[in-house]
Design a protein around this ligand. Structure first.
Ligand SMILES: [Fe+2]
Length: 163
């Protein structure tokens, strides 16, 4: 692959992530508001703050590679949010709490794939500092996924105990 096409993939990948993270700031606020279960609720508001940091970190990454921060519509995150809104409009209580944890996990998986790719592309192009920053976000997404997965398992064990 030529340097030009690698650069194009990196820039477009970053623009999609920049859009995604901005959508997620609002989406996580919604998740925190509508989740009753205390630990999941706290986790969502913590991820909301972390996501705001991810937006700012992406702006620094754009600067590192000499590009203006610009967002690019990402239909995957739009679909994830739309699907969640549909479910949330028809459900509440425990079912919605559990659904919200799953929605968070899906989103983290998507972000992990996207950050894994841009980290590798940045490294390949010799943008070492940008690549290190992206790897830092990638680690944070992975630990958020681990926490959410644990929350989901605990929730299910609790739910079975209540039966
Ligand atoms: Fe993020």
């Amino acid at each position: 692959m030529t340097t030009d096409s690698t650069e194009k993939l990196l820039v477009e990948g970053l623009q999609e992530l920049y859009y995604t993270e901005q959508q997620l700031v609002d989406a996580l606020e919604t998740l925190a508001d509508q989740t009753d279960e205390e630990s999941a609720k706290n986790a969502f508001s913590e991820y909301r703050d972390e996501t705001q940091e991810h937006v700012e970190r992406l702006e620094e990454v754009f600067e590192q590679i000499d590009e203006e921060p610009q967002d690019r519509n990402d239909r995957v995150v739009d679909a994830l949010i739309e699907e969640h809104e549909e479910f949330a409009s028809e459900n509440d209580g425990e079912v919605l709490d559990r659904y919200n944890i799953a929605a968070g996990q899906k989103t983290e998986h998507y972000e992990i794939a996207a950050y894994g790719n841009v980290t590798s592309l940045a490294q390949k192009l010799g943008y070492d500092e940008a690549s290190d920053m992206l790897a830092e976000t990638l680690r944070e997404e992975q630990s958020a996924l681990d926490e959410l997965s644990q929350a989901g398992e605990q929730f299910d064990q609790q739910a079975t105990a209540d039966d």
